[in-house]
Write a protein that binds this ligand. Structure first.
Ligand SMILES: CC(C)(COP(=O)(O)OP(=O)(O)OC[C@H]1O[C@@H](n2cnc3c(N)ncnc32)[C@H](O)[C@@H]1OP(=O)(O)O)[C@@H](O)C(=O)NCCC(=O)NCCS
Length: 404
């Protein structure tokens, strides 16, 4: 049996998509004419071929994301799969090992992904880097505590007209945030394609004196129970961005202006979304949170300076990494806040942790104190934890609402 780990060739990409369609139980047979067939380029893949047959796959989109407001290149890992007959033979492990080295060569020092199961990735050095909030509410119960009247109003806008407006708003909205992907045209195409379960998306654009300040993309569905006293229709919010809180309130007012909607779902809200702080009855949101983006620092020394820190200071970090041995070292992080210098050192560490635990600290999902309380960080003393809490804090919670 021969095993070859390499990128797929252009003529092998249909097989690649057949494999991923199979392992993710897609009902559709891939065809060369599929709308998004060319989205993942062959050179971004790392695959295992067993005796010449494609057996396992992984892709890495070259994304730009915001890391605490700073633009950074990352690998957006996608389409990880092994045909069942080749599973538990170490193919994914070999793909991962080679993939990390390739991503590092391409200057992608951070990898992130949506996991079908966290258990698959934790053994490869990934840690949880973001969570999502999900709401399910009756819009009639979601008045704001300070019910200020928005200065502008929402107009339902045809998709073609709305798209460039949304793109402008999203760019400004994303800029200071944390972990949002810089959406390229094909990312917008994918987001706005008709929902798989039928229906179509509407866009509401909020304007003040004709100036667009926010938008929401959503779909609605007619209720099935006739003759009920309460509204039965449903709304799903797909995407929402705003430039200030007046626009945020304006978009909520738009949701609440739908008299026949009895249930609103917003499943990919940020965990620091202001609604729970602004509503008269926060419990009405029926808020849940769940794990979202998993992250792996493929090169710790190069990754740590990619984000701004929240003040001046220095820390010595011992990072354990048994898969990427180039990371397994102690680092001195010195930062002015905006810039950081990271160098390997032989000094005694302030904090010690695995590369997995570095992910939630680096992304701002968890404080060092939280991770130490969970037994995941060993600290020299309480002041080292306090310094790490301060430096790694982010202005916004890490949040990535986009699937890939
Ligand atoms: C996940 C998947 C790609 C693993 O592929 P594989 O080639 O069998 O993986 P490997 O044989 O290299 O296993 C690597 C390690 O992960 C472990 N592992 C593999 N799949 C696992 C799973 N589903 N849950 C927990 N651990 C898993 C293996 O036991 C092995 O551990 P070890 O190295 O400590 O012995 C494959 O099971 C699959 O295609 N699953 C369905 C699609 C999917 O969920 N993909 C992930 C999308 S995010």
């Amino acid at each position: 049996m021969t095993i070859e780990i390499r990128a797929a060739r252009p003529e092998e990409m249909l097989d690649y998509r057949r494999l991923t369609a199979y392992v993710f139980s897609s009902p559709d047979e891939p065809s060369p004419d599929d709308e998004f067939a060319g989205t993942l380029r062959p050179e971004w893949t790392t695959c295992a071929f067993v005796d010449g047959r494609l057996a396992a796959t992984m892709g890495a989109y070259p994304f730009r994301v915001r890391l605490n407001g700073r633009r950074a290149s990352v690998a957006g890992i996608t389409a990880v799969g092994t045909y069942p007959e080749y599973r538990r033979q170490g193919l994914l492990r070999r793909i991962k090992q080679q993939g990390f080295a390739e991503q590092r060569e391409r200057g992608q020092y951070v990898a992130m992904l949506w996991a079908s199961m966290g258990a698959i990735y934790q053994r490869f050095g990934y840690g949880l880097a973001s969570t999502l909030a999900g709401y399910e509410f009756d819009p009639r119960q979601t008045a704001f505590f300070h019910d200020e009247v928005p200065k502008g109003s929402v107009r339902i806008t045809p998709m073609d007209e709305a798209r460039p407006v949304m793109q402008d708003i999203y760019r400004t909205f994303a800029e200071p945030r944390n972990l949002l992907i810089e959406r390229v045209e094909v990312g917008w195409d994918a987001m706005l394609r008709p929902p798989p379960k039928g229906g179509r998306y509407h866009v509401g654009v909020y304007r003040v004196d004709a100036e667009p300040r926010g938008y929401m993309v959503y779909r609605t569905k007619e209720g099935e129970a006739m003759g009920e006293p309460n509204p039965q229709d449903t709304m799903w919010i797909r995407d929402l961005a705003y430039l200030d809180l007046d626009a945020y309130r304006g978009l909520w007012a738009h949701v609440r202006a739908h008299d026949l909607i009895g249930r609103v779902f917003w499943h990919n809200a940020p965990t620091d979304d202001p609604a729970p702080d602004l509503l008269l009855e926060p419990r009405a949101l029926r808020r849940r949170t769940g794990d979202a983006m998993w992250m792996r620092l493929t090169d710790v020394e190069q990754a740590l300076p990619l984000r701004p820190y929240s003040g001046e200071g220095a820390l010595t970090l011992r990072i354990r990494d048994d898969l990427c041995d180039w990371n397994d070292a102690t680092y001195r992080l010195e930062t002015s806040g905006e810039e950081a210098i990271v160098t390997p050192t032989s000094e005694a560490p302030d904090l010690s942790m695995s590369v997995n635990t570095l992910a939630p600290l680096f992304s701002g999902l968890r404080t060092a104190t939280h991770l130490a309380n969970a037994g995941l960080i060993e600290a020299r003393d309480a002041s080292a934890l306090g310094t790490a809490d301060r430096l790694f804090a982010t202005r916004y919670a890490p949040w990535c609402p986009d699937g890939f």
